[in-house]
Ligand binder design. Structure first.
Ligand SMILES: [Zn+2]
Length: 100
């Protein structure tokens, strides 16, 4: 049992629960037209977020199960490639303190 810091979030792809810092956060950018899902920058206040493991497989699972629409409670426009880029970018960052 290890108590992680911070809140736990659930990956909308595989349903795994993990510390918020281990998952990549996406939000619905309502200012773009049509509203699209984009990766949230750290510290941004963006309302409701959707979380994914930093793994393209979970992105595909989420797309197939319409996890994003469910999370945001509306049909959303998703550009798979731009989300994949977001995940890759998140993966490139050095991982800090992931407790094992
Ligand atoms: Zn996952």
């Amino acid at each position: 049992m290890n108590k992680s810091d911070g809140p736990e979030r659930m990956c909308i792809g595989c349903g795994r629960r993990a510390a918020q810092g281990e998952l990549v956060r996406f939000f619905l950018d309502e200012e773009s037209s049509p509203p699209g899902v984009v990766r949230s920058s750290p510290g941004a206040r963006t309302g409701r977020g959707a979380y994914l493991c930093a793994d393209g497989g979970c992105l595909d699972l989420a797309l197939r199960s319409k996890g994003f629409s469910r999370t945001f409670r509306r049909p959303v426009d998703i550009e798979r490639n731009s989300l994949l880029d977001g995940l890759e970018e998140a993966n490139r960052k050095p991982r800090e303190k992931i407790g094992r």
